[in-house]
Design a protein around this ligand. Structure first.
Ligand code: PLP
Length: 212
């Protein structure tokens, strides 16, 4: 597994306007350093404690993205440094992010996670709730909603994945203030890009399979 090569191959195979989040969850710090040395600056983690530990050990020009479900009582641990929380799925969480961002005198970027998969297990709000959500966020000065995030169903059915991404892409197009459409992982990022992704979240294709 050559992390440097994986990153450059990936970069060469996607359009310039698509950002890569290197999803480094469960991976050791040395793997992140290799990715950093290959020029990677955006990293994604799904657990707050793990992200904090890695933040403390790595260069400070990294953009940290939280991509996993966040409990409100954990927001305070990352509020001083997190660049974007991609997995915002409740107004309660948004209020807590506002509170902690204000305490840190920062603006925290957020993506709203939309439920597009036909699985009960995936987090996110319903598409019909987005408008109210965005209006609510306008009252929160330390939060900037920059876009939407979604995860397709865990399936081999490419048409289904495409339809789910397309639904989110259409929703994204309805809101011209939004700049980031975070769709696509190692197994489905090409479909994500074809459907308008501006940000792909890639773990195993960069760092290799996860054992746990
Ligand atoms: C783990 C994870 C990814 C990356 O998954 P890979 O299939 O390894 O690329 C992307 N997004 C989220 C929300 C994840 O939890």
């Amino acid at each position: 597994m050559n992390i440097e090569n994986n990153i450059s191959n990936l970069k060469n195979s996607i359009p310039d306007n698509v950002d890569i989040v290197a999803v480094s969850k469960t991976k050791p710090i040395n793997d992140l350093i290799k990715a950093y040395q290959a020029g990677q600056r955006i990293f994604g983690e799904n657990k707050v404690q793990e992200m904090v530990a890695k933040f403390e050990q790595l260069p400070k020009d990294i953009e940290w993205h939280m991509i996993g479900h966040v409990q409100t009582n954990k927001v305070k641990y990352m509020a001083a440094f997190v660049n974007t929380i991609q997995s915002v799925d409740s107004q309660k969480l948004l209020k807590e992010i506002q509170k902690q961002a204000y305490r840190n005198r920062r603006i925290i970027r957020c993506l709203i996670q939309i439920r597009i998969a036909d699985e009960d297990t995936k987090f996110g709000i319903e598409p019909s709730e987005l408008n109210d959500f965005l209006n609510f966020s306008k009252m929160l000065p330390n939060i900037k909603i920059t876009g939407l995030m979604g995860m397709a169903s865990f399936t081999n059915n490419k048409n289904q994945i495409r339809n789910e991404f397309r639904m989110l892409s259409n929703l994204y197009d309805d809101f011209s203030d939004l700049k980031v459409l975070s769709i696509g992982m190692s197994g489905d990022y090409q479909i994500g890009i074809e459907e308008g992704s501006t940000m792909i979240r890639i773990g195993s294709k960069i760092f290799g399979e996860r054992n746990f």
